[in-house]
Every structure is written in structure tokens, then in C-alpha cells.
Design a protein around this ligand. Structure first.
Ligand SMILES: [Zn+2]
Length: 170
């Protein structure tokens, strides 16, 4: 039987209290609440440029059998990596302090691309393609693109958003 909304809320609260999936912390990084995203991942110490911030592990899925969720990372031309916690909680920024590279045959690396002070939120550029479901960006960077899309996709996204607002007001 499908969960009612009310029961789902109650069980999620119980799950959060008992198992605390959303609260990961080690000496390097920690998952913390952040508005308006829900949660984000923060540096617990300083990271220097080019330093490994975390190894991104997760579920490897062949690209030919999967459309890809919105959070999936492209490993290479054949495989997607669906990141596990805590990497799954790293937010997008239009002015990121990290980037994602392939590290081993089965994992990726989040690498510092500038100096990162302790307590800073860790971010990378999702580089998504323009699409109808793309959310507005809340990164608050000075060069924010307005939507969570790749630099090359901003024009296309503006067109899509115009169409979307027209159909919503109609
Ligand atoms: Zn932004």
C-alpha cells in the first residue's frame, strides 16, 4: 500500500532521528543544514588548491541502461556514477571552489580548485544542460547564471524559462 503523505512525513522524521543519514562528519568534511537547499557539505579544515577534498563513491550504472537522474555524474562515455552520501549532498555553484574528476576505475574525486577555508561550503559546477525541470540557482555568486546550467546553456535556458513562465500564466 502506498504511504500517505502524513505517514511518510512521520516515518521520515523517525528515520532522521534514528539513523541520521543527513548528518555525516569526519575530520575533513561535514554535512550540515543549509537554506534554501536543505543540506550541503562543508569543509572542516582548510584545503589548498589541487588538494583532494573527498573521494566520491557510489553506484556505477551503465549509460546505455539509464537515462540518468538529475544528480548522476558522468564517469566516462560508458558509465554513470550515482553518488552516495555525503557526495550526493554537495551543492552546485556558478562560482565553485571544487571540481569533479575521475580518480579510479570506480570512483571520482572532488578536488579543491582554489584555497578553501574551514567552514566554507564545498561546491562544484553541475554543468547541466538546459531543460524544463532545471531549478533556479540560489548560489548567490556574483556571476550567478540564474539557473543551475552550464555556462554554454544559459541562452537556451532563458528561452525555455520564458516559455515556461508563459505557459504557467496562461
Ligand atoms: Zn548560481
Amino acid at each position: 500500500m502506498a504511504l500517505s503523505k502524513k505517514r511518510r512525513r512521520q516515518l521520515q522524521a523517525k528515520l532522521d532521528k534514528l539513523y541520521d543519514y543527513r548528518h555525516y562528519a569526519d575530520d575533513d568534511i561535514a554535512v550540515r543544514e543549509v537554506k534554501p537547499y536543505g543540506v550541503g557539505v562543508f569543509a572542516q579544515r582548510q584545503f589548498l588548491p589541487a588538494e583532494l577534498v573527498m573521494e566520491v563513491q557510489g553506484q556505477l550504472i551503465p549509460q546505455d541502461r539509464y537515462d540518468g537522474s538529475s544528480y548522476v555524474m558522468e564517469m566516462d562515455s560508458e558509465w554513470y556514477l550515482e553518488p552516495a552520501i555525503p557526495a550526493a549532498f554537495v551543492n552546485h555553484s556558478c562560482s565553485p571552489n571544487c571540481e569533479l574528476v575521475q580518480l579510479t576505475k570506480t570512483t571520482m574525486a572532488l578536488v579543491a580548485i582554489c584555497n578553501i577555508e574551514a567552514e566554507s561550503q564545498l561546491t562544484f559546477d553541475y554543468g547541466w544542460e538546459a531543460a524544463d525541470w532545471i531549478p533556479e540557482c540560489a548560489c548567490q555568486a556574483r556571476n550567478c547564471r540564474g539557473w543551475v546550467v552550464d555556462k554554454s546553456q544559459v541562452k537556451k535556458m532563458k528561452k525555455l524559462a520564458k516559455r515556461r513562465s508563459k505557459s504557467e500564466s496562461a
